[in-house]
Design a protein around this ligand. Structure first.
Ligand SMILES: Cc1ncc(COP(=O)(O)O)c(C=O)c1O
Length: 428
């Protein structure tokens, strides 16, 4: 369908046909949901051996009785796993509770209240703290900032990662910028992997930014590949070491989408200075993490080979769902300007852009059919997509059949909204 050169008569005919198809979906009382970036039950089943895994043996490798208090940094073998996922050494890792989002929230809050490093570096003591937010991005990052009244400055995402010219120029001109959110591999929602050049330029930010600036490197999808030979992500900590900027980055990951989403292990990897500062604050809030859970995880996934095999099983379940989304988009929009999307090689999302001004309308049309889509704007700070065009599609949770049914309705909603917009433009 090409709207550009279509006559009014042609557009009206399309509108009638699409409205009929839409009515057909209305009659089906659909109850579909493509909003949730969470694993399906089948994926969760892959880790059910966690239950009863310990068989009464609670001792970690170094003899620690994991049932007892202590061990703020987590057990040694869990720190090894975090190190393998994030490409650092184990002594740079803290293995914590079940959520990396919590670790990010704590890192931001600690930096705000006490400073990320030396005394006198607290963000709260400065005016108008700001964060750079590559867009579209992860809504929960934005909520952390909004909650603390940290102003968010959107930065354009390219297919190489955030637009680094923009990032560098903003940071150079404004020392009140204290952070940037990054999802460097299979970015949420675009699926982009940051290029080597982007990673190297990120590592240099510590030289031009304020001393208490931090990169929040949320590598949530570090091992979540959908292809056999995934593109590697350059190692940010190595790049920082080359630049002497190790303190400028805080890395995060978790097993949320590896084992059981609500009861996994989260990791923070950071320089010695940053880790010590973090632990000092964390130690006032807890005596230690759930080491029993950490041990269960390490018995289930004892090493890198086991992790790879396990993630391949996830990929097998996810691939048909992603294929369904992409097939529908290819089939209906490949030769049109009605939508643009990326083809992620991993992660949990497909990011779709409608024609400008239509995302809210498409989400509403779909919602009226009983097809839930992520609210338009959710991928932007303050929920405001200036072009009203980004929609995040999350196919992991529903069954393949449900994804397929959802996409059938979705493409009709996109076409209908697009044709109606064009008719409106023509009719003034
Ligand atoms: C980019 C990103 N970071 C963090 C999370 C949440 O991670 P966790 O479950 O470890 O808190 C998600 C979940 O969707 C995510 O997409």
């Amino acid at each position: 369908m090409q709207l550009e050169n279509a006559s009014t008569e042609q557009l009206e005919q399309w509108e009638t046909e699409l409205a009929e198809q839409y009515q057909g979906f209305l009659g089906q009382n659909l109850k579909l949901d493509l909003t949730r970036g969470k694993p399906s039950a089948q994926q969760l089943d892959l880790s059910d051996a966690l239950d009863g895994m310990l068989g009464g043996n609670y001792q970690s490798k170094d003899g620690t009785d994991t049932r007892n208090y202590g061990g703020l940094e987590g057990i040694a073998e869990a720190r090894d796993l975090g190190a393998a996922i994030l490409g650092v050494s184990a002594n740079e890792v803290l293995a914590g509770g079940n959520s990396s989002l919590t670790l990010m929230h704590q890192a931001v809050t600690f930096a705000y209240l006490y400073g990320p490093c030396a005394a006198g570096s607290a963000w709260k003591d400065e005016n108008d703290i700001k964060f750079l937010c590559p867009v579209p991005g992860y809504d929960r990052h934005f909520t952390i900032c909004e909650d603390l009244d940290i102003e968010m400055i959107p930065v354009t995402m390219t297919d190489q990662g955030p637009n680094m010219d923009q990032v560098e120029s903003l940071i150079k001109s404004d020392s009140s910028i204290k952070g940037i959110w990054c999802v460097p591999k299979y970015s949420n929602p675009t699926g982009v992997i940051y290029s080597n050049n982007t990673v190297n330029r990120m590592a240099k930010l510590g030289k031009i930014a304020a001393k208490n600036f931090r990169i929040f490197w949320d590598n949530a999808y570090a091992v979540h590949d959908l292809v056999d030979t995934p593109k590697p992500l350059a190692n940010i900590m190595d790049a920082c070491r080359n630049e002497g900027t190790e303190d400028s980055v805080l890395q995060f990951a978790s097993t949320s989408k590896i084992t059981h989403a609500g009861s996994g292990i989260a990791f923070l990897a950071a320089s010695e200075n940053n880790l010590n500062a973090f632990k000092k604050r964390l130690g006032t809030a807890t005596i230690g993490p759930d080491k029993v859970n950490q041990l269960r995880h390490m018995r289930l996934i004892p090493d890198g080979d086991a992790l790879r095999v396990h993630m391949e099983k996830h990929a097998e379940l996810l691939k048909p769902r992603f294929a369904s989304v992409l097939n529908h988009l290819d089939q209906h929009f490949a030769n049109s300007n009605l939508g643009q999307w990326q083809r992620p090689e991993g992660g949990y999302f497909v990011s779709f852009n409608t024609l400008p001004g239509l995302a809210q309308e498409v989400v509403k049309l779909a919602g009226d059919l009983g097809v839930k889509l992520t609210p338009a704007g959710a991928t932007f700070p303050y929920g405001k997509d200036p072009d009203d065009q980004n929609i995040r599609l999350a196919p992991s949770f529903p069954s393949v059949e449900e994804v397929d049914a959802t996409m059938q309705a979705f493409v009709v909603c996109v076409k209908l909204a697009s044709v109606r917009q064009k008719l409106q433009q023509l009719n003034g």
